[in-house]
Ligand binder design. Sequence first.
Ligand code: 3UK
Length: 545
Amino acid sequence: MIASAHIDTFARDNLPPAESQPQFVFDLPDLQYPDRLNACVELLDRRVEEDAGERPCIITPAESLTYAQFQERVNRIANVLVNDLGLVPGNRVLLRSANNAMMAASYLAVLKAGGVVVATMPLLRAKEISYVVQKAKIKFALCDARLSEEMEKTKPLAPDLKKLAYWGKGGLETLMAQNGYENFAACNTAADDVCLIAFTSGTTGQPKGTMHFHRDLLAVCDSYAKHVLRANADDRFIGSPPLAFTFGTGGLVFFPLRAGASTVLLEKATPDDLLAAIERHRATVCFTAPTAYRAILGKLDGSDISSLRKCVSAGEALPKATWQAWFDATGIRILDGIGSTEMLHIFIGSPEENLRPGATGKPVPGYQAKIVDEHGNALPPDTPGRLAVRGPTGCRYLADERQKKYVEDGWNITGDTYLYDNDGYFWYQARSDDMIISAGYNIAGPEVEQVLLAHPSVAECGVVGCPDAERGQIVKAYVVLRPGFAGDAALTKTLQEFVKAEVAPYKYPRAVEFVTSLPKTDTGKLQRFRLREIASQSAGAKLAS
Ligand code: 3UK
């Protein structure tokens, strides 16, 4: 390890022990980093040094900042953190805001000052925020004043949180305006100093804090963004994921800055908002989830999104039907990619000329992937098994026993069941715990979902196993219909026949329930575990009656 710049050594002290860390691989020339580096210097200050100062950097509906203006804002916040709030390197800083320029500037200011970013979803409640504050021992917070109510409720629950500054009502801005605050000398951090603790959205159990180093932020730019996304300084990024979600920070902050491009940050990014903003700002690179691409498809009439040239989809598997429909409507080949909070960003995904619709893609340059059985033995092509990956980034949970579950033998085990084909493409099957076992058959719920989504009546659906006395489990589909369709017995039959005609008949949903919405996480992922609970309850009720 390189000498740390951290005075507060909490993060480094709580790294997982060496033997339970993944193996890190740096075999790409682009991934050779010096011992000392500060991610903010490399992502932002370098661009200004290279004369991009007058180029557009951050664009929001409210304001527009050049690289030089954004840098000045970052410097002012860093000065407040250090001189007014008393931050020392290694201290964690809670950030709470929707996606806007102050949130992005605060993020980079914490990096520049040698602090550790802990960004949280704006929707979190005091109880959830206080868990994060206590787990990461956080003393400092920068918060959008519009989120003050929940923040104030957090204080009594989390007494560690002592230094709090709000922006939007003048508090932080007044401090930022002090003379001399326009410049700030970056903390000379080690490449392997922790700079980010990203909490997982926690589909089950308490959220886990994943720790990332300064060099990790660059590694995702120099692997995925450089070799697969391949955007350039003339691009204008846009998207929906929150900056508290690493899919969003990578796609909407790190990647554009590393490329010298501009980025549009939207506080509200429903499919309607996103569509309107793409048109208004002439965005060229879009990051969002599969459901948003599907939703936008239905609204394209009368809007002009001809500026778009690259679309990235992640968070959930991108159904082939959605890929095809988007291609037919726009001529754009969506880049599907699997990433995780543990790995920081996307580690499997292929560029346009190499992708295969329906597959996630091939390992991103710099990453390796294999499929293993329950003992960790590598499996041959076309055999479903557990996805194992390694590369320049990897899982380091903050003081968490679950490290042993995610890392086996130096490989990160993502919890997904995949197979790879003879050409080396990786095909998503299901979350490993979402596999349905019915009368001895293994059925991947998402595969059945993909088929159903191709039917014109289906807007959204979720497919899970439902307890069944005879078969162990049966396949059950929860379906949200498009307007104009009636969820009756005839449509149930139609959908069942439709699935039987498309895939092996044993996979068809023996039960279909029409619902008005599906349970989702803050990051927009379908909560199949909730559907499983609902399915179990209804099955139990039926047995009892
Ligand atoms: C699932 C996918 C199929 C998969 C993320 C891009 O989603 C991100 O991080 P999370 O920690 O979830 C990780 C899990 O989500 N998943 C993500 N992408 C895909 N499944 N196809 C995909 N394309 O189960 C994975 O293990 O919330 C995504 C970048 C950064 C991220 N944090």
